[in-house]
Design a protein around this ligand. Structure first.
Ligand code: PLP
Length: 284
């Protein structure tokens, strides 16, 4: 089956799908995106993703390309045309094509691209054995709450993690506190079983998976505190884990080479991971 993309109003085979060379997404990273998981043909947490997309667009003063009801039809159609049962949908909206000039163009309309692809089931070893992270300085801009396509700092960080044999890089602010991973949110569990993650300020992306885990914690009666934590605190934590749409929830067992807790996935991380899978599988 050849892959089909939705580009500026048309469903096209990938090899024919293209945007203008003066698209502002290409020239200025002047755009935003979302990644939605597809599980058994269902869109996981679609409403939360569309709400965050609306917010990102509003923060950058980019017009919405279409109402959510129409966007949902396009998303479902792209999933259907690509035969995706389990995988992801990628949505990107830029300020559109215009002669290159930093200030907003007077006319012009946003460019919407929607793609979808099947993904292999995540390697079960990652969940069973846990993953390693390294820590790196957070060199990103001060509006990481906007899901901007300007990801070059994240790209460099992820590559650094890969070259170090780690799954992810946890970025550290100027005060020595972890902000988040390059494509994931960061969490620890303290000695008294309190779950800690940074509050959704402008230094992190307010993850959709993060919000789903909040609900799980609330239902199960666990204590959650939203506050920053340092690298030293993370290394001394009982457990650590990360979350994202594509990584789900993965236990972190090593930070900068040092074991977290006993160097094995913790009980609470495993429980939350199972609960998150149940949440994703129950998507309407
Ligand atoms: N933080 C960053 C920087 C991300 O890029 C992502 C996802 O791409 C996340 C956190 C996790 O967000 P979500 O759970 O919505 O996938």
């Amino acid at each position: 089956m050849s892959r089909i993309a939705y580009v500026a109003g048309q469903y096209l085979p990938h090899r024919l799908a293209a945007v203008h060379i003066e698209d502002r997404g290409y020239q200025f990273a002047d755009g935003v995106y979302e990644v939605i998981a597809v599980v058994d043909g269902h869109l996981v947490d679609k409403e939360r993703h569309l709400t965050r997309l609306r917010r990102s667009l509003a923060e950058l003063r980019i017009a919405r390309p279409m109402p959510d009801s129409a966007l949902t039809i396009v998303i479902r159609e792209v999933v259907r045309r690509n035969g995706v049962d389990t995988g992801i949908v990628y949505l990107q909206v830029t300020r559109g094509a215009a002669p290159r000039e930093h200030a907003f163009p007077k006319a012009g309309k946003p460019t919407l691209v929607v793609t979808s692809r099947r993904t292999r089931p995540p390697d079960p070893k990652l969940g069973q054995e846990g993953i390693a992270v390294i820590t790196i300085p957070d060199i990103r801009w001060q509006r990481c709450d906007i899901k901007s396509v300007a990801l070059v700092a994240n790209v460099l960080g992820k590559q650094q993690a890969k070259e170090a044999g780690a799954y992810e890089a946890w970025q550290v602010d100027r005060d020595g506190r972890i902000t988040e991973g390059t494509s994931t949110n960061a969490w620890i569990v303290t000695a008294d079983n309190t779950v800690v993650t940074r509050a959704a300020d402008t230094a992190i992306l307010n993850g959709v998976t993060r919000a789903a885990v909040f609900e799980i914690l609330d239902r199960a009666g666990y204590r959650l505190v939203e506050r920053p934590f340092t690298v030293a605190e993370a290394k001394a934590a009982r457990e650590a884990f990360l979350t994202s749409t594509t990584a789900d929830l993965l236990p972190v067992v090593r930070i900068d080479g040092a074991p977290v807790g006993e160097g094995r996935p913790g009980r609470l991380s495993q429980e939350l991971r199972a609960a998150y899978f149940a949440h994703a599988a129950a998507a309407p």
